[in-house]
Design a protein around this ligand. Structure first.
Ligand code: SIN
Length: 335
């Protein structure tokens, strides 16, 4: 490992792949490229202005398309970040990532990093070889945010397209646009532009050092099932037979669940499977007992977490031996 230089601020850039490290044969192509092929040294070389912002230490953690993110890699990333942030000579972390599962990784880190120092994820919608690639400026902005004292104690952040989002709230909302990320209803925490960072609000729910969660070993299996017209119970029954510990429902509207799935979930509950109701709508919250009788079913409302983030929290809760519905509901109401 290359030593971290000693002048301030010292930011470790951990690369995992994604379109920000993507390469196409033709600069006019913004789709049909290969993600996660350009190494972190090349990404840094493309942004000479970084040297004016921070001393950079770079590590290539993985080189993947983030659709292939694994739980083993989540655990390795969380542990590496915690180890680096425990060093006095590291002031913050930037993680480069694919956009497709960025919100899941960001929320996992938000709940499992044990430090007040900044952790900032960034990504790109256009490959590094594209005309008007967005990765270099996103990387510069992410390092700029990670180097700020005002970014301490804010939990894990996502710097993208000049905005700064909380890992808890942010979600990908476009398949192609460079402003692909939003925090529905609550909005961004702030912005970064031309070296200036401004926070306009703070995330209020506990995170990082104020959670009981860690990513130390394997996480319990939790799967997601979507409710829709004519849904069958086959997926739920198969997951239960495979031994899952939890199921997150991406329900319709206010987390409502097709009657066929509701029966399958009641049977799953009898086998001790934790059930969390979220919504496939993309914004708003799911009310406890609002669209199903959670009290009768033993299910839990995900509140404002989308299905993918609800899965992350349920895995961490079950790993922390939070297993009864009331305690899981309390967890979802808290984090
Ligand atoms: C990925 O998620 O790795 C590919 C897509 C992207 O980064 O935009």
């Amino acid at each position: 490992m290359e030593p971290i230089k000693t002048s301030n601020p010292r930011i470790a850039v951990l690369a995992t792949g994604g379109t920000i490290a993507g390469q196409a044969g033709d600069a006019s192509r913004t789709a049909g490229y290969k993600a996660g092929v350009v190494g972190v040294d090349k990404l840094l070389e493309a942004v000479p202005a970084l040297s004016q912002v921070a001393q950079i230490h770079a590590e290539q953690i993985a080189s993947i398309d983030s659709k292939d993110m694994s739980i083993a890699l989540w655990i390795a990333l969380s542990q590496r970040i915690n180890a680096l942030l425990a060093q006095d000579d590291v002031d913050g972390i930037v993680v480069t990532h694919g956009t497709d599962t960025l919100e899941e990784t960001a929320y996992l880190l938000h709940l499992t990093v044990k430090s007040d120092k900044p952790v900032v994820l960034t990504a790109a919608m256009r490959p590094s070889t594209a005309l008007s690639a967005d990765g270099p400026l996103n990387l510069l902005n992410a390092v700029t945010v990670a180097a700020q004292k005002s970014a301490w104690k804010q939990g894990v952040l996502v710097a993208f397209n000049n905005q700064i989002h909380s890992a808890r709230d942010v979600t990908k909302t476009s398949t192609y646009a460079v402003d692909a990320f939003r925090s529905p209803e609550v909005g961004a925490l702030g912005w970064v532009q031309d070296g200036r960072v401004e926070f306009q609000r703070a995330a209020v729910r506990p995170h990082t050092t104020r959670t009981p969660f860690d990513a130390q070993g394997a996480l319990p299996a939790v799967e997601i099932v979507t409710s829709y017209a004519g849904a069958s119970r086959a997926a739920i029954d198969a997951f239960v037979a495979a031994g899952v510990k939890g199921i997150v429902i991406a329900g319709t509207g206010n987390g409502s669940v097709h009657a066929t799935l509701q029966q399958a979930l009641a049977d799953a509950r009898k086998q001790g499977v934790a059930v969390v109701r979220s919504s496939r709508v993309g914004s708003g919250h799911v009310m406890r007992n609002g669209a199903a009788s959670d009290d009768a079913l033993g299910s839990v409302s995900a509140g404002t977490l989308n299905p993918y983030k609800a899965r992350v929290l349920l895995m961490l809760a079950l790993a922390a031996n939070i297993t009864n519905p009331a305690a899981i509901q309390q967890t979802f109401d808290t984090y």
